[in-house]
Design a binder for this molecule. Structure first.
Ligand SMILES: [Zn+2]
Length: 454
C-alpha cells in the first residue's frame, strides 16, 4: 500500500473562516469541514473560486461542527457534483441544516436587494447557492455516534469526540494506516455554563489546531461585566441590543441573563430573543440534553422567562417599540439576520447600547463597531454610530491561548506535524511561539491552498 497522504489547505489557512482540509490518500479523498469564507470581500470572493478537486471525486465529508464557517460551502459543493455522504454527530447535522437554510436565504435576499437597488457590480447579482441547493444537500447527511471508530475504508477509520464548543461539536481523529490525523475543530472552554469541558487527544501523528484566540487570554469576570453593562444602559432608559450567533451564544446569553435576573443582579427588565434560528436551535438543546449541562426543566423555565419572538410581524413591532429592554437578536457579527433591523433604527440613538459578544471577523459590521467606526453602511446607506458600543469578551465559545495549550497536555508524544489553522496571522503566530515555549515543539502555519505531504 502507498502510505502517502497529501493535505491541501483549502480554507482557514492564514484566516479564521472557510475551514476545508482535503486529505488525499491512495484509496480515498476525504474532506474535513466544508466552510464558507466570511468577512472582507477578498475572502468572500474565494467562495466563488473552483476547488482544486472535482467535487465528484471526493468520497466523504467529515464535519467537526455546524457553524457556517465549517459547513457553509456544502450546498455549493453538492451543486457542483458532490455525490458522497456528509458525516457529523446528530446535533451537528441538525445545526448545519438550520445554518444552511439561513445562509441560502440571506444570499438570495442580498442578491435580490442588490438587483433592486442596483448596487452590485455583477449584473444581475446571483446568490452563491439557493434554498433548493440546501434541500439537495440534506439527504447527504449521515449522523454518526461520538467516541466510536467508524470505518471509511480498509485501513481508514475516524472518530468524533466531544470538544465543548457548541452543541454537537467534536474534534475528529482520522486514522489512515498507522498515521493518526487529529483535527481540533473549534475548541470550547474549560469552564462553561452550558457545555462540558472538551475531551483531549492523547495521540496524534498530524495535528491541526485552531488558533482563533491563539494570542489572547479571556477575562474571567464576564458575568459581572454583563450585569454592569445592562444596569448602565437601564439608567439611560435605552434598549440593549445583543447581536448573537443563533447557535449556543444565544442560549448562553439567555441562560446568563435569566440567572442575573433570578439573583437580582439586574433589574426586572423585559428580555426578548428575536431570532428564528435561535428558536430552532433551542429545540435542538431540548432534544439533546446529553450534549450540554441544562436539564429539560431548566430549558423550559428559561424559555418561560425570556420571550421568544416568533413571527416577522412581532419582530417589526418590537423594533419599533423603543422602551427599555434587552433584545438578543440573530446575526452575531452584524452581517445579516434580524439584528440589522435594530441597527437601522438604533445605531443613531444615543440611549441605545449595542453589546458585542464573541468573535467579530475582519470586514464585518461587528468588527467595525468594535474598532470604533463613526459610521456604518447598511443596505447601501451610511448610519452614524451614536449608540454606545460595548464589548463583552469572556463569553467566547473558543478556548483562549491557555486553554489551547492545555488541550495539548495529554499528548504522549510530539506529533510529527503540527499545523496551526483557523486564526488571523498574529494569533496563529502567537500560538506557534507559545507551543514552542511550553512543549518545545515546532509548528507550521500553512498558507491558503498549500499542499503538504505527510
Ligand atoms: Zn465554530
Amino acid at each position: 500500500m502507498n502510505n502517502n497522504i497529501e493535505i491541501s489547505f483549502l480554507g482557514a489557512a492564514g484566516t479564521v473562516t472557510g475551514s476545508k482540509y482535503l486529505i488525499k490518500t491512495h484509496q480515498k479523498n476525504i474532506l474535513v469541514d466544508c466552510g464558507l469564507f466570511q468577512g472582507i470581500k477578498k475572502l468572500r470572493l474565494l467562495n466563488w473560486e473552483e476547488l482544486e478537486i472535482n467535487p465528484s471525486l471526493i468520497d466523504v465529508i467529515l464535519l467537526t461542527h455546524g457553524h457556517l464557517d465549517h459547513v457553509g460551502y456544502l450546498p455549493k459543493l453538492v451543486n457542483a457534483g458532490y455525490k458522497g455522504k456528509i458525516w457529523g454527530t446528530s446535533p451537528t447535522l441538525e445545526v448545519a441544516e438550520i445554518i444552511l437554510q439561513d445562509s441560502a436565504r440571506i444570499q438570495e435576499e442580498d442578491a435580490k436587494r442588490a438587483n433592486e437597488n442596483g448596487y452590485s457590480k455583477h449584473n444581475p447579482a446571483k446568490p452563491l447557492y439557493t434554498s433548493e441547493d440546501v434541500k439537495n444537500t440534506v439527504p447527504h447527511f449521515s449522523p454518526q455516534p461520538p467516541d466510536e471508530w467508524l470505518k471509511i475504508d480498509d485501513d481508514i477509520h475516524c472518530r468524533f469526540r466531544y470538544n465543548g464548543h457548541i452543541i454537537g461539536s467534536t474534534f475528529i481523529e482520522l486514522k489512515i494506516g498507522k498515521k493518526l490525523l487529529v483535527f481540533s475543530g473549534d475548541i470550547g472552554r474549560e469552564v462553561d455554563p452550558l457545555m462540558y469541558a472538551p475531551k483531549k487527544p492523547e495521540e496524534a501523528t498530524v495535528l491541526f489546531i485552531e488558533s482563533t484566540y491563539g494570542g489572547r487570554l479571556h477575562p474571567r469576570n464576564s458575568e459581572d461585566n454583563l450585569a454592569s453593562i445592562i444596569n448602565n444602559s437601564f439608567e439611560k432608559k435605552g434598549i440593549v441590543i445583543i447581536p448573537s450567533f443563533a447557535v449556543e451564544r444565544t442560549q448562553m446569553l439567555m441562560y446568563l441573563i435569566w440567572q442575573l435576573r433570578k439573583t437580582g443582579k439586574i433589574a426586572n427588565i423585559p428580555v426578548y430573543m428575536d431570532s428564528p434560528m435561535g428558536n430552532k436551535v433551542l429545540d435542538i438543546f431540548l432534544n439533546n440534553t446529553n450534549w450540554h449541562r441544562l436539564s429539560a426543566d431548566q430549558c423550559k423555565e428559561m424559555c418561560r422567562e425570556i420571550r421568544c419572538v416568533k413571527t416577522v410581524k412581532d419582530s417589526v413591532k418590537l423594533v419599533a417599540d423603543n422602551s427599555s429592554k434587552i433584545v438578543i437578536a440573530g446575526g452575531g457579527m452584524g452581517s445579516g439576520g434580524r439584528v440589522l433591523n435594530y441597527f437601522q433604527k438604533y445605531l443613531e440613538d444615543p440611549s441605545a447600547t449595542i453589546l458585542l459578544v464573541g468573535f467579530q471577523a475582519e470586514g464585518t459590521r461587528g468588527r467595525q463597531l468594535l474598532e470604533g467606526a463613526n459610521e456604518v453602511k447598511l443596505y447601501g446607506k451610511y448610519y452614524t454610530v451614536n449608540a454606545s458600543i460595548e464589548n463583552l469578551q469572556g463569553l467566547s465559545a473558543h478556548a483562549d491561548q491557555k486553554e489551547l495549550i492545555d488541550w495539548l497536555s495529554l499528548l504522549k508524544q510530539k506529533p510529527e506535524y503540527i499545523f496551526i489553522v483557523h486564526g488571523e496571522p498574529q494569533s496563529a503566530d502567537s500560538l506557534r511561539v507559545k507551543i514552542k515555549d511550553v512543549y518545545g515543539w515546532n509548528s507550521i502555519i500553512p498558507s491558503l491552498n498549500q499542499k503538504i505531504d505527510v
